[in-house]
Design a protein around this ligand. Structure first.
Ligand SMILES: Cc1cc2nc3c(=O)[nH]c(=O)nc-3n(C[C@H](O)[C@H](O)[C@H](O)COP(=O)(O)OP(=O)(O)OC[C@H]3O[C@@H](n4cnc5c(N)ncnc54)[C@H](O)[C@@H]3O)c2cc1C
Ligand SMILES: C[S@@+](CC[C@H](N)C(=O)[O-])C[C@H]1O[C@@H](n2cnc3c(N)ncnc32)[C@H](O)[C@@H]1O
Length: 624
């Protein structure tokens, strides 16, 4: 199977053994956990096999520890790890992150049934189940901020996924699970192991119930030392391994040189308080760092300040989902915003204006009930599908909630220059140096260019949203429609309609022409409803400027290697959708954490992608 194919869920048989219901994979003909006592075996093989009790207890303030796993299965190993973390974690800002890969995820119903046998894990299992992702290929980041714990669950084939992962942080400990090599040779294939080693570093440890020759030889070939302590209960042995640096080598490892991590609280300056700045501030503050947002006028004064934003993805064919920024961002955004009052869950009727077949076929591709042939309450003659997992965000409410975070401060200042020193950056206005920070993120949309040399071009696109009284027939609050434009209830008595789209215009007055444009968009699909709306001369609106990169991808990351200044801009027409996932990616790069997207996608977002590769000049010889 290829990682880009659609995901099949696990097919299970259930066997009742000594009062415990044990799931058995039909695909592999093997049990998910030991019939004796799966939880004790997990602790013996994976937790003790990596000395995790001791290693987690000793984590320093702001230290980030990651555990990788082959085969998420029922999540038992990861829950046992989480339980241990609760018991031994130090009272500081250290963080535990788990990364697991799964080709055949259990359906949610099967997951609930499988985890039901572990009473002591129930509080953790409930939290996992709440965030358990849809069976769609790609990385799903589940976050449990109060626990200082997170999980990246990568759905797809280990053979494809491990080679695709970006190495922004070495994995500290590995659970090599994945059914016995005899029933599942693919998981233990050379290339999988080589990539597991690529994602590791000196000091990384590995454990497995299997002592198969292929595993021992593979690890030894990389210079990793292996021991074979007693296995669980009647099992003679298991595998425990550690990657020691070569004796003769006092050089620091390659990874340490690339990412010299600062394990202490960082002072983060974020310039620009639109949605990019706000979600980035949140991502750093959630990790315990001190954030100051600098905004030239007031928060949300740019494109992010509309009264309501719709989370409306254009979904890709399912084969591309694992690397499609919009599809990944949609799933992450829903998980992120649901923690805020500013979020409203709704269903979007996506109406095809062209390529109707492509849109209609999504119903056959996406998991059942996510994209359906049913409709919302307004009727249209056009083809459409209903996206049942979507939402809206009230930007002003979100801003208020984010600014309540005790580690986030907002300061009004127009930052006009950044001066970098070796390990800090100075922020200047036209008049004075106003602050110093350890890291800076520039989130100023098109104005970001003023703070860098050779910033990539961002095209301005004028847009206006309109809102109008529709008490004659308000829509249900959980409905939205998209048709080139979009509409939904702003509140109980008004409808908001988006949005005009004029490339290369920077004027921001509210114009009747744009109201008429938004009226014509809704009229083209719902003529009867549109006729009843009050005259456009009574409509209210807000106009602002989108910033669009030339290849339609945001600019995310550093403009220069080893710099402490990064940028996040160019969010185009989908900023509210992109911002939460992009902020996680940026933080992963800046702080040296696991990255929730593939290396290829990371490179597509790299703001240096537009820089011309300058050929070195030929030396000039003066003619004699
Ligand atoms: C009409 C319209 C409707 C839209 N509807 C949706 C929607 O429904 N859903 C969706 O996902 N997206 C929507 N978008 C797109 C979305 O609004 C943008 O992608 C997003 O707002 C961009 O956010 P940002 O933080 O990058 O930029 P902005 O919101 O423009 O923020 C940049 C901030 O930087 C500040 N700044 C600039 N220079 C400096 C400086 N030197 N010092 C300090 N501060 C500075 C600015 O004042 C501004 O507040 C819409 C856009 C428009 C125009
Ligand atoms: C023994 S189970 C894992 C048990 C799991 N760690 C737990 O705690 O429940 C092995 C898992 O590996 C998955 N798997 C098998 N082959 C795979 C592959 N090539 N890529 C990714 N996952 C795979 C199986 O679907 C199964 O869920």
């Amino acid at each position: 199977m290829n990682v880009s194919n659609r995901i099949q869920t696990a097919e299970l048989d259930w066997e009742l053994i000594d009062g415990i219901e044990v799931p058995i994979s039909k695909q592999f003909g093997d049990v998910y956990f030991s019939k004796d006592n799966g939880l004790l075996e997990t602790r013996h093989v994976f937790l003790n096999g990596n000395d995790l009790s001791e290693r987690l207890t000793n984590l320093k303030d702001f230290e980030y520890f990651s555990v990788g796993e082959t085969g998420f299965g029922t999540g038992l190993n990861i829950l046992a790890l989480w339980q241990l973390w609760q018991q031994v974690r130090p009272d500081n800002q250290s963080h535990l992150h788990a990364i697991s890969v799964e080709k055949f995820p259990l359906s949610k119903a099967d997951l609930i049934r499988a985890l039901n046998v572990w009473d002591e894990l129930k509080p953790l299992a409930d939290q996992l189940i709440e965030q358990y992702p849809l069976p769609i290929a790609g990385c799903h980041r589940l976050t449990f901020p109060n626990e200082r714990f997170s999980i990246d669950l990568w759905l797809g084939d280990a053979q494809e996924i491990f080679p695709s992962m970006a190495k922004t942080k070495a994995v500290n400990a590995w659970f090599l699970d994945g059914f016995a090599p005899s029933c599942n040779p693919d998981m233990w294939e050379q290339n999988v192991l080589n990539n597991i080693v690529r994602l590791s570093d000196y000091g990384s440890t590995f454990s497995s119930f299997s002592v198969a020759g292929v595993l021992k030889r593979g690890l030894k070939a990389h210079g990793i030392s292996i021991s074979r302590p007693r296995g669980f209960r009647h099992k003679r042995e298991m595998l425990k391994a550690i990657w020691h640096p070569p004796q003769s080598d006092d050089e620091p490892s390659q990874l340490d040189q690339v990412y010299s991590l600062d394990e202490e609280q960082q002072r983060i300056a974020i310039i620009g308080a639109g949605i990019a700045g706000l979600t980035t501030a949140w991502a750093f503050a959630a990790r315990g760092h001190q954030v100051t947002l600098y905004e030239q006028t007031e928060a949300l004064s740019g494109a992010s300040g509309n009264p309501l934003a719709l989370l409306n993805p254009k979904l890709c064919p399912i084969e591309q989902s694992h690397e499609h920024l919009m599809t990944l961002s949609w799933q992450h955004a829903l998980n992120f915003y649901k923690n805020f009052q500013a979020f409203r869950s709704l269903q979007i009727q996506q109406i095809a204006l062209k390529n109707a077949d492509e849109l209609l076929d999504l119903v056959n591709q996406y998991p059942a009930d996510v994209v359906t042939n049913t409709t919302n309450s307004l009727e249209t003659a056009n083809s459409s599908v209903l996206l049942t997992e979507a939402g809206s965000v009230s930007p002003h409410q979100l801003r208020n909630e984010i600014l309540q975070h005790p580690l986030i401060d907002l300061k009004i200042a127009n930052i006009t220059a950044l001066v970098s020193f070796e390990n800090r950056v100075q922020l200047q206005t036209d008049y004075e140096v106003i602050a110093e920070a350890d890291h800076v993120v520039v989130c100023c949309a098109r104005e970001s260019a003023a703070l860098f040399e050779n910033y990539p071009q961002l095209k301005p696109i004028r847009g206006q949203v309109s809102w109008v009284d529709n008490t004659f027939a308000p829509l249900p609050l959980n409905e939205a429609y998209s048709y080139g434009g979009y509409c939904m209830q702003l509140d109980a008595s008004q409808m908001i309609l988006g949005a005009s789209f004029y490339p290369n215009r920077e004027d921001q007055d509210v114009l009747l022409d744009d109201h008429v444009h938004n009226f014509e968009l809704i009229h083209s699909v719902f003529p009867e409803y549109a006729q009843q709306l009050p005259s456009t001369s009574t409509w209210q609106g807000r106009a602002s400027i989108r910033a669009q990169s030339l290849d339609y991808f945001p600019l995310l990351g550093k403009m220069q290697e080893n710099s402490r200044v990064a940028t996040f801009a160019g969010l185009g027409s989908k900023g509210f959708l992109f911002a939460p996932l992009c902020s996680e990616i940026l933080v992963a790069q800046m702080l040296g954490e696991a990255c929730p997207v593939t290396d290829r996608l990371l490179q597509k977002l790299n703001p240096q992608r537009f820089q011309k590769k300058v050929k070195p000049k030929k030396p000039y010889f003066k003619p004699q």
